[in-house]
Design a protein around this ligand. Sequence first.
Ligand code: MF3
Ligand code: CO
Ligand code: CO
Length: 332
Amino acid sequence: MTAPTLAANDLCHCGSGRKYKRCHRIADLDPQRAAADEARKEAAAREAERYVKPGRLSPRREVPASIDKPPYAHDPTGRPGVRESSAPKDPETLERMRRAGRAAAEVLAVVGAAVRPGITTDELDAIAHEECLKRGGYPSPLGYNGFPKSLCTSVNEVICHGIPDSTVLKDGDIVNLDVTIYLDGVHGDTNATFLVGEVDDDSKRLVEVTRECLAKGIEAVQPGGTVRDIGKAIQAHAEAHGYGVVRAFVGHGIGRAFHSEPQVFHYDNPQARQRLEPGMTFTIEPMITIGDWRHEMWDDGWTAVTKDRSRTAQFEHTLVVTEAGAEILTQL
Ligand code: MF3
Ligand code: CO
Ligand code: CO
């Protein structure tokens, strides 16, 4: 259709109230090009929709005064006060870590069971928060280095440390839930990746292989061995499936402190020469990618995503080195 009688600065014939030149003039002159522009715009919008974007944060959740808090929870900056060595823990500390570990596993199971299309990551955070308090524990992420929520929720291309917000989980997503509880003076840290509704085969395979990577890492733990053995085993399994291993985030010593030595690399790092001794406690938490393992950070300073926006999964356990290998502390 053409409207040859309209001048550029006249009001458009469509009734938009805008000038003709700013509205339908191009479409009238070259309908084909206008349609192509429109299609391109729609494709770009669909492409953007495939990826996670920041949502709105709910107000900070309260913790009753009766719950014993880690030192950083009293500091507005949330800087972790306690420094702890990688030395083996005494049996009494280990007993407390067994309880904290089991509690973390329970909380993860409850939050994981709530995953479904339509739920927001903030609603999952509310569940994690309440389940920690119910067990007399403090949700370790809350206030840690300024992290604003009680749970980490990492969807699709988010590698780790996603912040729960108004984001709605949709059919076909995968979501990692990372639960840490501070109970009786020690932390228990565990995470798992969950499927939201019907998930494509490529993502399902990624999740299964990542679960296996954690298992391989745990099997590689032996007294007298080294931290390096763990990453070696994980990388070999991931790469045998054509997957990448994220380098920027590592497993960590854990106990009275949320994060301490040793750093547990999930790839073969010749620098990781530290010997494993019975009584040492640390996490293994491989992050595996379908595509490139390189990461990028969101402006929130927390959310890590794959550079190429390929999907990524993670599983985590807290464990103690034993005479025979490893005992998983974050198990039901
Ligand atoms: N739970 C994470 C880990 O496995 C750490 C989260 S730190 C937080 O080490 F501040 F984001 F909560
Ligand atoms: Co951890
Ligand atoms: Co964790």
